[in-house]
Design a protein around this ligand. Structure first.
Ligand SMILES: *Cc1c(COP(=O)(O)O)cnc(C)c1O
Length: 372
């Protein structure tokens, strides 16, 4: 089986470095908010290009604490996409605010910036774009709308570490950027982890307090916070892996180019498009095909671990049923959930594997077309 992501192959290459770093933490006796978290925060601020970062327990916490830090809650609306992982919209509901779904651009899979303004009401407080699959959103347009309507922007960068829009890394455009270090992310740890990027010192201080029971000074609690500290072991692992992220993202881009070439003669397989002036980091390589469900099964029978991100649009999920959306409300999102399929994508993928995956997929698509 060629998996969608293979953490074992990565470990085979850098395992000894990781073991050394973890052992140092174990022996140091400092396990929470110690030197590794501190160093990781400054290394990532430098890497991403923002003033501050705050390391957290998960990407989900990053999103919901971003909303808390901006005082977004009950009665407020946040415009986002329904074509993303549920954590994006879950975070909005966690703080008591209301997600407002905007349809996506069919080419980029990201929020369609041209459709945002029509959704703005007096209750709108923020726009939450998601850089899905590692592809940056159209940030010029989004930031322009946010400025004109005095809205916050919270970027969900969980799939897009290292991605750039016009030469700047994602997470540096809006008020707050949110990252995840879930093991399968481009920069993944060996447990859970997340991060907030921010330029305002006040916001940074608020998030630092929220992550540790709502107080900046020990045993002084100003508001309800959470325990969302990244631990030293995860931070040490991430510091090792950060040295490789550019190389890994480059390999992903090369694999994407190889797939594009291999699929170029099959008109029924729509390969992903990139916006101009962006550096996409291909967290996923996602194509659109006809008869997707049938072909998905065939690929698995052939030993190809393709995945469906995401099979049900979020406006149709039970958790958001109370919002009152129905099928037909987001036509492009709905159409995409029916035809997208993500293929194995990780830095260590080989050319032989890519050729096998491509020829199998082309074969399946052609056969299913002939049967129709
Ligand atoms: C992974 C992911 C999250 C959540 O991150 P966790 O670290 O798993 O909590 C949020 N949004 C998107 C788009 C993601 O891919």
């Amino acid at each position: 089986m060629i998996p969608i992501f293979d953490s074992k192959r990565q470990y085979a290459k850098i395992g000894s470095e990781i073991e050394k770093a973890v052992l140092e933490v174990l022996r140091s006796g400092a396990y929470i908010l110690g030197p590794n978290v501190k160093a990781l925060e400054s290394e990532l601020a430098k890497y991403i290009g923002c003033n501050y970062t705050v390391a957290l327990n998960s990407g989900t916490d990053a999103l919901h604490l971003a909303l808390r830090a901006l005082d977004i809650g009950k009665g407020d609306e946040v415009i986002t996409t329904a074509f993303t992982f549920v954590a994006t919209t879950e975070s909005i509901e966690i703080v008591g605010a209301t997600p407002v779904f905007c349809d996506i651009n069919p080419d980029t899979f990201n929020i369609d910036a041209d459709k945002i303004e029509a959704l703005i009401t007096p209750k709108t407080k923020a726009i939450m774009p998601v850089h899905l699959y590692g592809q940056p959103c159209d940030m010029d347009k989004i930031m322009d709308i946010a400025k004109r309507h005095d809205l916050y922007v919270i970027e969900d960068c969980c799939q897009a570490i290292g991605a750039e829009y016009k030469g700047k890394r994602v997470g540096t455009f809006g008020d707050i950027g949110c990252y995840s270090f879930y093991p399968t992310k481009n920069l993944g740890t060996m447990g859970d982890g997340g991060l907030i990027t921010v330029n305002s010192e006040n916001l940074k201080n608020r998030i630092v307090a929220l992550r540790n029971h709502g107080g900046a000074i020990r045993y002084h609690h100003d508001e309800i916070g959470v325990n969302s500290r990244l631990d030293e072991i995860q931070a040490a692992i991430l510091r090792v892996k950060l040295n490789y992220i550019d190389e890994w993202n480059k390999a992903r881009r090369e694999h994407a180019a190889t797939y594009n070439k291999l699929f170029s003669e099959c008109a029924d397989i729509q390969t992903p498009k990139e916006l101009d002036n962006t550096y996409c980091v291909y967290h996923q390589y996602t194509v659109k095909i006809p008869n997707r469900d049938e072909i998905f099964d065939k690929l698995h029978e052939a030993g190809i671990g393709a995945m469906l991100y995401y099979p049900i649009p979020l406006h149709m999920q039970k958790v958001h049923a109370h919002l009152g959306y129905k099928m037909g409300d987001l036509p492009i999102t709905e159409k995409n959930t029916e035809c997208v399929i993500s293929l194995p994508m990780f830095p260590e993928l080989t050319i032989e594997e890519q050729k096998m995956i491509a020829s199998t997929l082309i074969d399946c698509v052609e056969k299913s077309k002939a049967m129709a």
